[in-house]
Design a protein. Structure first.
Length: 317
């Protein structure tokens, strides 16, 4: 399956899902798939039809995972649930490095066109330590800032400067600036707002604040809009809502996928296990993966491991 690059959001993109002839994929190697298949420690027999379905999902994920990886992940599920789990995996919103760059480029281009005056300054968001002063080290926002600097050369014909939060105190308060806080995803908006509250005393009244990410969810946008902060990036919604709104060619009701995610999510996390719930951080219900990692807004059945889940059960992401 592939998501059309022309689609403006994931719900629209799902409408364009089609099964591929994997033999025509650029990275297709029929021998490697069957070699991995034969050496895998699998718990059920995979028919040629099921192997083809797995190959289709791998193609949808831009051939960034191996046949072995998919089979190992499927073996987390009971045999009767594996077909449904594979179909759910096929709806993953996967961001390659190229797609991350394109998303940042589009967001920055829009932001630049809407900036009437003042220099743009980018700050990568860091997580605020709760209950104490200070912030954590560099996180994913620092990586996204690299993409933004690279894209700014094409958009603005010059590199936009990336600064640290302490540099705000050195900027002239009388000059006009647009301070852009950047991260890979705004899920609930909490990390953004915690960081914003941490730096807001250093922000002059005449400066404009904006948020930019590869992707953002409705809850985050709503919270930022209350603070009069505009968000730039690719909007995404709950995977189950996306399936429902798209009027799936897949006749399986979205509630079936949700029940599957809850069934196995409960094996990984209890309701009282803090903010990570059976459907992602604070019930985000996302199904998004970046080439370099997975945000915890995504369903835990995708990324959780024995080390990370609260029950210590064997689970292979």
């Amino acid at each position: 399956m592939l998501i059309s690059k022309k689609s403006s959001n994931f719900a629209a993109a799902i409408k364009d899902i089609t099964y591929l002839d994997v033999s025509k994929c650029r990275f297709y190697n029929p021998k490697s798939s069957y070699k991995s298949f034969c050496t895998s420690k699998i718990e059920m027999e995979y028919t040629p039809e099921k192997i083809t379905k797995i190959e289709n999902v791998i193609a949808h994920l831009y051939n960034r995972i191996s046949f072995d990886n998919v089979v190992t992940w499927l073996n987390n599920f009971a045999e009767e649930d594996r077909d449904l789990a594979l179909r759910l995996l096929g709806y993953m919103n996967f961001f390659t490095s190229d797609r991350i760059y394109q998303s940042i480029y589009n967001a920055l281009d829009k932001l630049h066109k809407e900036t009437q005056e003042g220099k743009i300054k980018i700050i990568s968001i860091r997580k605020i330590k709760k209950g104490s002063e200070g912030i954590t080290g560099w996180q994913s926002g620092h990586l996204i800032a690299y993409y933004a600097r690279k894209a700014s050369e094409a958009v603005c014909k010059t590199k936009i400067k990336v600064i640290r939060e302490e540099d705000l105190k050195r900027l002239h308060k009388t000059k006009k600036y647009k301070i852009v806080l950047i991260d890979d995803i705004f899920g609930t908006g909490e990390t953004f707002l915690d960081f914003y509250d941490y730096i807001k005393e250093s922000i002059a009244p005449n400066w404009e604040i904006a948020a930019l990410a590869v992707a953002y969810m409705p809850l985050a946008e709503k919270k930022m809009r209350r603070r009069h902060i505009k968000v730039y990036g690719e909007p995404i919604i709950s995977i189950f809502q996306a399936i429902r709104e798209a009027g799936m060619k897949d006749s399986t009701n979205e509630s079936i996928y949700k029940k599957l995610s809850i069934k196995y999510g409960k094996k990984l996390y209890k309701a009282k296990d803090g903010n990570i719930k059976t459907l992602g951080y604070k019930n985000s219900q996302a199904l998004i993966v970046f080439e370099y990692g997975v945000p915890n807004n995504t369903l835990p059945i995708i990324w959780s491991s024995k080390k990370e889940n609260k029950k210590g059960i064997d689970w292979f992401p």
